[in-house]
Design a protein. Sequence first.
Length: 135
Amino acid sequence: MRASPAMRILRAAVFAAVCLTLSAAGHQVASGAAPPVWADGTGFLAVLALGYLLSARERSLLGIGGAMLTAQGGLHLTFNAAQAPAQRLHAISTPMGMHATRMMAHPHPMIHAAAAHGAAALLASWWLRRGEAAL
């Protein structure tokens, strides 16, 4: 059964809000600085468009998880690119920024980041799938 355009935009908006909230909060915790508002807005619109394209039918947990990881990766790259060099220096001087700098010195920082993104995506995907099934 195909979803109506109104239902599709509602589902896409919830998906975009969850993705953006997870990514922006994670970025702020890791770097010590929130992404710029324009990057939040751009990211939300991009994920909203992706979510709308994928919302024509009910998605499985694996499908939602794949879209969630893709969206988080894109938002991660957008937020890093949007952060001005001066903000990066300020972020390093904060306690969380210093922690993030020490983490980068760790031999396997990507493993920690991938594990955090994976865990967040799995939890959010499960939550979104439950909502999808209830709807």
